[in-house]
Design a binder for this molecule. Structure first.
Ligand code: LLP
Length: 381
């Protein structure tokens, strides 16, 4: 990320830590890279990655639509005025409220199981999510396209479901595939799109092929795009994509301050952010780049330990740090996706403020939560 260190120090000083900071220029640049690689494909941002309204509105203004997986996400889409072709309703266990809200918004539905044919609102536009039954190169929790995952329908079921949708008065727009998240091996996408192409003989032409998201930050976007376009072309279909991480991860940084150090079996730098602010290291053994924002002689390896009373609350191991002291500031990178979005109020820890850097200025895009706000719903009205 390209934010100047001085701006990061200023933000930490003004807004306190832990703090999520976002770089608008990097968000715009990521979208430009997606557009350059995928050309005329329609982009629906998977808002689960970061549903902050300011970021959503910025993407919306650039013509991006949204993939939503809950009533809350659909409410966010509705709140910013996204509707119709700009909204996708997805999820393996959609509720009545989601069918209703999606129907009201004129959204497109991603069907995840055969029974949904009878649950959709009347005359719905529908993509059928196909599970390609592939082994995918990512953390088990992030793989969605394996035979044992809960997502999608089998290739065998697909032609029958398309026919059933048409029979029920819906528009069977096309197919959808999303094999997982943080996928680095372009070959996984190639294999998934090849499965879809194999299905073409059994489905006939279709209007849309949605190739999902899942690209790691260093993925070969042009290679993935080439394969996705080829699969869409086989159907005579328009290509749609659903990036989450790729659009926002690099734009976000978590700022945290050193509270103190201690050396037990290992050298620990104790910091004011942890699993409640950034769960990914604990949940997926994710490795985020960590950058100390100070200089001092005596660089050595330190484990970054959060404040929770849980041994797993470690943000990173063996980080080279120059003799950390209380008050030193650290930038944890690639935190714009599934960072703030997955933060929690465990331990009645108020969630961090979020600030956006655009045109040389910081703007608060989410105020720091308060303990009172956390317990407010527990008091009688
Ligand atoms: N489309 C569908 C249907 C999805 O389920 C997802 C993510 C995406 C698109 C966007 O995937 P992305 O481009 O962001 O990889 N909490 C995890 C990631 C879970 C992703 C769930 N689905 C993490 O922190 O890595």
């Amino acid at each position: 990320m390209s934010l100047p260190d001085a701006a990061l120090h200023a933000a930490a000083q003004t807004y306190g830590t832990p703090l999520y900071v976002y770089d608008a220029a990097e968000l715009d640049a990521a979208l430009a890279r997606v557009r350059a690689a995928f050309g005329n494909a329609r982009v629906h941002y998977a808002m689960k990655a970061n549903p902050n309204l300011t970021l959503l509105r910025r993407l919306q203004a650039a013509g991006v639509g949204f993939e939503c997986v809950s009533t809350g996400e659909l409410a966010r889409a509705a709140h910013i005025g996204a509707r119709g072709e700009h909204v996708l309703v997805n999820g393996p266990a959609k509720t009545e409220a989601e069918y209703r809200l999606g129907g009201e918004l004129g959204a497109t539905f991603i069907l995840d199981r055969e029974e949904e044919v009878g649950l959709l609102p009347p005359a719905a536009r529908v993509l059928v999510r196909v599970n390609p039954a592939l082994k995918v190169s990512t953390h088990d929790h992030l793989a969605t396209g394996s035979a044992s995952s809960k997502f999608g329908v089998t290739p065998d079921q697909t032609p029958r479901i398309l026919a059933a949708l048409r029979g029920a008065g819906h528009t069977a727009l096309g197919l959808h595939v999303h094999i997982g998240s943080a996928i680095r091996n372009a070959g996984d996408f190639t294999a998934a799109f090849a499965r879809l192409r194999d299905l073409r003989a059994h489905t006939g032409p279709l209007a849309v092929l949605d190739a999902g998201g899942g690209w790691s930050l260093d993925a070969d976007l042009h290679g993935i795009a080439r394969e996705a376009h080829a699969a869409a072309a086989a159907y005579g279909a328009q290509l749609w994509v659903e990036p989450g991480r790729y659009l926002v991860a690099g734009a976000g940084t978590l700022l945290t301050r050193v509270v103190g150090t201690k050396v037990t079996g290992r050298p620990f730098a104790l910091v004011d952010a942890g699993m409640t602010e950034l769960l990914r290291p604990m949940l997926y053994s994710a490795q985020h780049p960590v950058r100390p924002l100070w200089e001092r002689p005596g660089v050595g390896p330190w484990d970054l330990a959060g404040p929770a009373c849980e041994s797993g609350d470690i943000l990173a191991r063996n980080v080279p740090l120059p003799a950390p002291q209380s008050g030193d500031l650290l930038a944890i990178g690639e935190a714009g996706a599934y960072g703030a979005a997955m933060s929690s109020t465990y331990l009645t820890r108020a969630r961090p403020a979020e600030v956006l850097y655009a045109a040389g200025e910081w703007t608060v895009i989410r105020r720091r939560e308060t303990p009172q706000a956390i317990w407010a719903l527990e008091e009688a009205e």
